[in-house]
Ligand binder design. Structure first.
Ligand code: F3S
Length: 76
């Protein structure tokens, strides 16, 4: 099980995450990536569906600044 959020202060808006996992990531109004899965709002409190974990891992691997953070439990 995985929870995910973007550490936005490290995001350079390269867009790789949204290309790899469009159901999980999109750009916010400032042009930075955020987690949009099931309306998470980049809080990191929504469990990512297991069938999206491969896409999620691709997104994490593709991020040049390693600003996509995951955890086994919801982010506080
Ligand atoms: Fe930002 Fe990394 Fe995505 S730099 S746009 S979180 S791939």
């Amino acid at each position: 099980s995985k929870y995910v959020k973007v550490k936005k202060d490290s995001c350079i808006a390269c867009g790789s995450c949204g290309s790899a996992a469009p159901e999980i990531f999109d750009f916010d109004d400032d042009g930075l990536a955020e987690v949009i899965f099931e309306g998470d709002g980049n809080k990191g409190v929504t469990l990512i569906a297991s069938d999206l974990l491969e896409e999620l891992n691709d997104a994490i691997d593709s991020c040049p600044t390693s600003c996509i953070k995951t955890a086994a439990a919801p982010f506080a």
